[in-house]
Design a protein around this ligand. Structure first.
Ligand SMILES: Cc1ncc(COP(=O)(O)O)c(C=O)c1O
Length: 521
């Protein structure tokens, strides 16, 4: 809050420049830090009551937001372009055009440093499922930093939040999951899964079982191993993938279904798994990895026939199943985990993102008893770990997040009220001239854009239709993403029903503008 902030005049900022920073104590010179607050405030003549009131007024009426920086927006944007290499970004393009500085967030809204208020239809990056105003998580992290800011979990050491979170996660996981290995991210968690799977079969005396089957257009992260697991062709073009990972087609009926109905296509797509196992040899294949719903690949909600058939195929074979729940976990599809929504029975579960509501980096592998029993009874060191595996502050965030899920009715309300309303509202868009398909499960959805509904012809080459639509939506204050020709959404669970209506209304306006722009009406 403004009242409690330390507004620091920074070295190098002349006294007539606006001091935009909400600074922090350690940035003050030592001699100032030791003074009581009242005296310090006297030493900052620019922070007069009038000025503070003026800033508050501007913020209230014109939406001006403060940035946690000593610099104003223009200076920040310039430094960003000059020094900051952004993930999954065209560096050359960004260095010329720059981007948007997000300066604060509240409830389901993000605010940029130019004063724009944007409704977040993506939960950050599929992670802030409970929105941005969960004080108990913020306070738990702060308290943990005061108590024990860091200690590692190597060398027979542990810390209280890591212990408690491991146990809490096992309680909310499907039956038969009683062990957790912590990482910082979903990518690292999937790297860990590969090592766990390989170790499992080594200990069983089956060292030839090393191959992993994944799916085209899947996203499992961006380290070398996780990127290889993923099926994003653009990523494979830039990095030599691992040769023990193989890919089958995704269950994307709209893209690949041709003349088959959805049910028949789902069975066919699942059958590709059986065919691939036969081709590679069951004695060589260790695991199949898949997201319950492919998220980053375009929210590919599979046909209802797909997962039961995959389950049947896996049960008949000696192959482990890794369910990558980095997006689907923690209620996104209506149940705690996507595998529960679809009735699959994984041996390993990958989690990240919403486990801390996105407030702190944390991921991990949930290890089912079948695998854990072998790993534990086999003995020998598991040669894998990260400095921050089980970081106390991240785990404190995880515990506080799980407490919200457990002690409120957020999951029930999401499943029984919010998600059905979201789905029903979006499904009405099927009559829109540029909409070819609406896919929705729980609170994750995609709206596929087309020029011609019957032939499923795309609206414009190179996803230009969806890119245009996304830009219109963001310009109108709605943060949605585009993947290929689909608009994708994953709103926070704390979004109110009328805010869902606003989301769909803004998306509709963006679709209208897109139709007009590309001459489809
Ligand atoms: C299904 C899935 N797995 C793994 C990852 C990678 O997670 P991270 O970005 O935390 O490394 C993602 C990220 O979006 C994801 O969607």
């Amino acid at each position: 809050m403004w009242g409690g902030s330390y507004f620091v005049k920074q070295p190098g900022v002349s006294s007539h420049e606006k001091p935009t920073q909400k600074g922090v104590m350690p940035q003050l010179p030592a001699y100032v830090r030791m003074l009581p607050l009242a005296k310090r405030q006297k030493r900052r003549p620019w922070r007069s009551r009038r000025e503070a009131a003026w800033r508050n007024l501007k913020r209230l009426f014109w939406g001006e937001t403060h940035v946690t920086s000593r610099l104003d927006t223009t200076a920040l944007k310039n430094l960003d372009r000059a020094h900051h290499l952004h993930p999954f970004t065209d560096f050359q393009d960004y260095a010329h055009q720059g981007g948007r500085i997000i300066s604060r967030a509240e409830h389901v809204y993000i605010y940029d440093s130019d004063g724009n208020k944007i409704q977040d239809g993506m939960s950050g990056l599929w992670c802030c499922n409970l929105g941005y105003s969960q004080n108990s998580i913020k306070e738990a992290v702060a308290a943990q930093l005061n108590e024990l800011p860091f200690y590692n979990n190597f060398f027979k050491c542990s810390n209280q939040p890591a212990v408690e979170l491991a146990s809490a996660l096992c309680k909310v996981s499907p039956a038969g999951f009683n062990h957790v290995f912590f990482t910082n991210s979903g990518s690292e968690a999937n790297d860990t899964q590969i090592k766990l799977v390989h170790r499992y079969f080594d200990l069983l005396g089956k060292p030839n079982k090393k191959l992993i089957i994944s799916r085209k257009n899947a996203y499992h992260g961006s380290t070398i191993a996780a990127g290889s697991l993923g099926g994003m062709s653009a990523m494979h073009e830039q990095t030599m993938g691992l040769n023990y990972i193989h890919h089958i087609n995704q269950p994307h009926w709209f893209e690949l279904g041709g003349d088959l109905d959805e049910h028949a296509f789902g069975i066919k797509a699942a059958q590709e798994l059986a065919d691939k196992i036969d081709e590679l040899g069951e004695d060589k294949v260790a695991a199949f990895i898949a997201e319950p719903i492919q998220g980053a690949g375009g929210v590919i909600v599979p046909p209802e026939s797909y997962w039961p058939e995959v389950k049947r195929i896996l049960e008949e074979r000696d192959i482990l199943f890794i369910s990558d729940e980095v997006i689907c976990g923690f209620g996104r599809t209506g149940e705690w985990f996507g595998c529960e929504t679809y009735g699959t029975t994984p041996d390993l579960i990958t989690f990240a993102k919403a486990v801390t509501n996105g407030y702190m980096p944390l991921g991990g592998s949930l290890v089912g008893d079948k695998v854990a029993d072998v790993l534990l009874s086999g003995g020998g060191e598991f040669a894998h770990g990260l400095t921050y595996s089980g970081h106390p502050a991240s785990c404190a965030a995880g515990l506080a997040t799980l407490a919200i899920y457990e002690h409120t009715d957020i999951l029930t309300v999401t499943r029984e009220q919010l998600a059905p309303h979201f789905q029903a509202s979006l499904e009405q868009l099927i009559d829109h001239p540029v909409v070819g398909q609406v896919r929705c499960k729980g609170l994750v959805a995609a709206v596929e854009l087309v020029k011609d509904k019957a032939s499923r012809e795309r609206l414009a080459p190179q996803s230009a239709g969806a890119v245009y639509c996304r830009d219109q939506a963001i310009g109108d204050g709605l943060m949605v993403r585009q993947t290929g020709d689909a608009m994708i959404m994953a709103p926070p669970f704390v979004t109110e029903l009328d805010e869902i209506d606003t989301l769909v209304a803004k998306l509709t306006v963006a679709l209208d503008k897109t139709g007009a722009h590309f001459g489809v009406s």
